[in-house]
Structure formats: C-alpha cells, structure tokens
Design a protein around this ligand. Structure first.
Ligand code: TXA
Ligand code: MG
Length: 326
C-alpha cells in the first residue's frame, strides 16, 4: 500500500488534523493531545462515545510530564517498560483538554516503541492522543490496509507494516489504592508484579452507586467481528460438536489442526497461527477474526487458550469481548 509521507503526516498533525500512525500494538488515529478541536475530530471520525477517554502517546518522561503527574512508582515503570506497550493511568494536568480524558481527572499515557511513531513524536515535539484506528466497536487494525478499508483514502495513513504485538497495550491504573490492570496486554501482570515486588489487582475496581466508572470504554463488549462469535472454554469442546454445518466457521489455534477438523466436520476452518505460539496468535488475532467475516457464515466458533500467563491473558480477554455467545 502507498501510504502518506512522514513529512505530510507531521504537517497535518501540526495543522490540527488527524493521521493514522503505526504502533507496536495496533494502528492509532493520532492528533495533537493539547488541541481540543483536533481531539474532537478524532471522536467524530471514530464515532467514539464522548465518555470514553483517549490514550496520550509521548516520546519520553519529559513529554509525559506535560500531560500527567508522575509519582515515583510511575517513573520506575516508565524507565523499565518504556518505550513499549504499557499504558499508565495517572493524575492529569490542567493543560490537557478535558475531552481527551472524557472529563476524568486521570489520563492514560504511554510511550510507543514503533520507530515511525517515535519520529513523528520527536518532530511534532508534543504529546499525541491516539485511540486505536477502528470505528467504535470494530476490531483494531494491525496493518495500514485495514485502516484504509475503515476510513478511506482521505485520511493520511503512515504505513509502518504489520504490528509486532497485534493486541492493545496493557493498561495499568496507578491512581487507586493498589495498582490494577484495567486491560491485559503484551506486558503481563506477573512481569509487573515481579518488577515492583507488590501485588497488582486485575479488572475494573467496583464503583459505588453514583461514582464515575473507572474506565468507561473497558466495560463495553467490543473488538468484535460482524459475525456472531461463540466462545468455548477449551478447544476439545469444539471438537466434540456434532451438529455443525457448512454455515459454521471454526478458528483453530494453529494450522496443524485444520486437516483433523476438516476430516470430521463440514464447517469452514481457519487458524490463528502456523506455530501455535501465543505471540503469533496475538499478532494474527484481529486479522483472522476479520478474515472469518469474509466467509459470511452464521457463527464463528473459537476457544479460550489454556493457561493465563504472558500475552495469553490479553488474547483471552479479547476473545471474551469478541464473543456474543458462550
Ligand atoms: O495499544 C494501545 O493502547 C493502542 C495504540 C494505538 O496505542 N491504543 C488504544 O487506545 O488501544 P483505545 O482508545 O482504543 O483504548 C484505550 C483504552 C480505552 O478502553 C479507555 O477507556 C481506556 O484506555 N482509558 C483511557 N483513558 C483512561 C483513563 N483516564 N482512565 C481509565 N481508562 C482509560
Ligand atoms: Mg480501541
């Protein structure tokens, strides 16, 4: 795909426009975080509800301090895991427009490692707000062509190839009593616990009646293909299904399982990977769900991966959100 030029993207951003940029996780729809009107344009283009805050992307600690207040734990984490797929929820600074954080007093900040995104951050010289480059509730794009299919050629897209991780960053809240993972991602809970030497909670904290939701966007079911997805707790359950027809589609963890399933089932079979390695499954996750849509079957059958460690927690989280039936 012939994407936009680096210079063209930088100029568009500085002029208050939106561009799609590659990150190591998924593609993002970027704009100047400190420009309220530019941020509004992102919400409009994405059709994102205004109560769902954006992540602010920064080059380094200095840019992070332009939008957030960093405590000692935050600084330790940034020094260890940035640049990379770790987003920290921190108290926001007043300079950051309220629409970025959907009115919350906290802001999500991360420093992406993709070389092209970093060049843009350096040249623009200020933080960029960037949600994933998908219309609200659709699967996040992991290559430039998918962004083009969503938004058309009017949007400048910087083509940085296929994303390394394929699932969105780990979101870690540092503004509650104990750190907690609001969204599992490529940086695992165990890794963070080992590094900090303290327990980290998982999931959204319970909110009392009348209190604002901790992370509005994360309570929603999304990251879903158009076709309904039925989720099973292990793949053996899918292998045991006897009433499948050619209207069904099964996604197996790896290619090696396809002949076995095809020999006993009329269902269409795709797979998430060649190697069965979680990293490859994550990288192909959204593209495979999108490919499954292409066959226009009645139902997609997928199973949670065994285990919960490493990136598997993120894969299983996204499969749960993609599924409408279980
Ligand atoms: O890997 C990623 O994080 C990608 C790339 C583009 O960087 N970005 C991404 O952004 O996934 P988005 O907007 O699709 O997801 C951000 C999530 C949302 O679910 C949002 O609700 C949550 O982070 N979030 C943002 N600000 C928050 C805040 N102040 N408090 C709690 N959750 C927040
Ligand atoms: Mg998103």
């Amino acid at each position: 795909m012939r994407g936009a030029s680096l210079r063209g993207c930088i100029d568009a951003l500085l002029g208050g426009d939106i561009v799609a940029l590659p990150t190591e996780t998924v593609y993002g729809l970027a704009c100047l975080a400190l420009e309220e009107q530019a941020v509004d344009k992102v919400f409009q283009l994405k059709k994102r509800p205004s109560d769902n805050p954006l992540i602010v992307h920064v080059l380094d600690l200095d840019q992070a301090q332009m939008v957030a207040v960093l405590n000692p734990i935050a600084k330790l984490l940034c020094n260890e895991f940035w640049p990379g797929p770790l987003t920290l929820i921190l108290p926001k600074r007043d300079e950051l427009p309220g629409n970025v954080t959907a009115g919350l007093e906290t802001v999500a900040v991360r420093s992406p490692s993709h070389a092209l995104f970093r060049t843009v951050l350096k040249e623009v010289g200020q933080p960029l707000a960037a949600p994933s480059a998908n219309p609200h509730s659709k699967l996040s794009p992991t290559n430039a062509k998918e962004v083009l299919e969503f938004f058309g050629s009017e949007l400048p897209i910087l083509d940085g190839g296929k994303c390394t991780f394929g699932v969105e960053s780990t979101v870690l809240d540092l503004t509650s009593e104990k750190p907690s993972i609001l969204r599992p991602g490529p940086i695992a809970k165990d890794t963070l616990e080992e590094f900090l030497g303290i327990e980290i909670l998982s999931g959204l904290p319970r909110t009392k009646k009348g209190e604002p939701q901790k992370s509005p966007g994360l309570s929603l079911k999304h990251y879903a293909p158009e076709t309904s997805v039925r989720l099973y707790s292990c793949f053996d359950e899918i292998l045991g299904l006897e009433d499948l027809t050619s209207d069904d589609l099964i996604i197996a963890p790896h290619d090696g399982m396809i002949p076995l399933i095809q020999s006993s089932s009329p269902a269409k079979v795709l797979s998430f990977s060649k190697t069965d390695e979680p990293e490859e499954i994550a990288r192909n996750l959204y593209a495979t769900l999108r490919a499954a849509d292409f066959f226009e079957k009645k139902l997609i059958h997928v199973a949670l991966l065994r285990d919960t460690n490493g990136i598997i927690a993120a894969i299983n989280d996204r499969l749960r959100r993609a599924s409408t039936l279980s």
